[in-house]
Ligand binder design. Structure first.
Ligand code: COA
Length: 285
């Protein structure tokens, strides 16, 4: 279980329910003493600012404001159902998937570019089962066998305070790890192509991002294969465990770019699109 700050705002007068949406998805209780209590769930500072501005615009006198920590339960998984592609099943992770994913994640060649190389299975199992991590982990299966695990999580785009509400969960970040026995066959490409419709059509984000060390060529080549654009190359930005400060690259794909690309070259979800792949290869040579 995780917690979030819930704000309870008491105002003079009885506010009608129709203001609940206008003020930002909150509940309104009308009290016997002629006041109303507005409860705004899981509210951050930007949203609170919006709520208070709304009340000011309504001309409603503010009587009190309380912040309370409330249990909001486990975070909802970004992927809620299995997705089938030509050769793969992409499904929400379960705590039991820790054991299999640990087998390849602890390999030095895999951990080379990852945040952590798990040495102890028990610690890894605990971290894997953390609700935040579980909710953003997608397991990749081929022929009933786990061949990789991806990260899919939504995040807020940066926004100025007055419009921060509109930037919430408008962006998705992808990450990927394949068991090295299964690299070099286009499985990661297929998995990303299977997740992009989830990002844009189901989660409704407007931008998908991914980043990696510049030296991790397999990773950024994957980004280019699926049509992502290199947006930034940050010099000596991140510290590798060898002690070297390495360059990092950031890639992104906008919903309209993805839709336009799909219209031009309709192809079944997740299937290999030879033309995109050839274009990327040519660009590198
Ligand atoms: C990043 C990673 C997922 C990329 O895996 P990958 O195997 O290169 O990517 P794909 O599964 O899409 O396979 C593409 C390769 O298969 C080949 N291929 C074969 N059939 C293919 C198909 N149907 N479609 C696309 N590519 C195909 C491609 O030619 C390409 O090979 P190349 O790199 O020699 O040109 C993998 O290297 C990995 O897990 N690395 C360790 C963890 C890591 O670094 N994660 C990222 C941290 S930021």
């Amino acid at each position: 279980m995780s917690s979030a700050t819930v704000y309870e705002v008491r105002v003079r007068g009885h506010l009608d329910d129709h203001w609940a949406d206008w003020l930002g998805n909150l509940t309104i209780a009308r009290n016997d003493d002629g006041t109303s209590t507005l409860t705004a769930p899981a509210t951050d500072q930007a949203r609170l600012h919006g709520l208070l501005s709304g009340l000011r615009d309504l001309g409603t006198p503010l009587l009190s404001l309380h912040a309370v920590e409330a249990d909001v339960g486990a975070p909802a998984p970004a992927l809620t159902r299995p997705v089938r592609t030509e050769r793969l099943i992409l499904r929400p992770a379960e705590p039991e998937d820790a054991d299999t994913t640990w087998l390849y994640r602890r390999l030095p060649a895999v951990g080379e570019w990852l945040t952590e190389v798990p040495e102890d299975l028990g610690i890894y199992q605990a971290k894997f089962a953390d609700p935040e991590r579980l909710a953003s982990t997608v397991v990749v299966e081929a022929d009933g066998r786990i061949i990789g695990d991806f990260m899919l999580r939504t995040e807020d785009a940066w926004a100025q305070a007055e419009v921060a509400d509109r930037a919430r969960h408008t962006q998705a970040e992808l990450g990927w790890v394949l068991d090295p026995h299964f690299t070099g066959r286009g499985f990661a490409t297929e998995a990303v192509r299977g997740l992009l419709p989830v990002c844009f059509d189901e989660l409704g984000v407007r931008r998908v991002v991914a980043s990696c060390f510049l030296d991790n060529e397999a990773s950024w080549r994957l980004m280019e294969r699926v049509g992502m654009r290199r947006e930034a190359l940050a010099k000596a930005e991140s510290l590798h465990r060898t002690g070297r400060w390495l360059d990092t690259v950031v890639y992104a794909l906008l919903a309209e770019e993805w839709r336009e690309d799909r219209q031009q070259r309709p192809s079944p979800i997740g299937s290999y699109d030879g033309s995109l792949f050839r274009a990327s290869t040519q660009a590198r040579s």
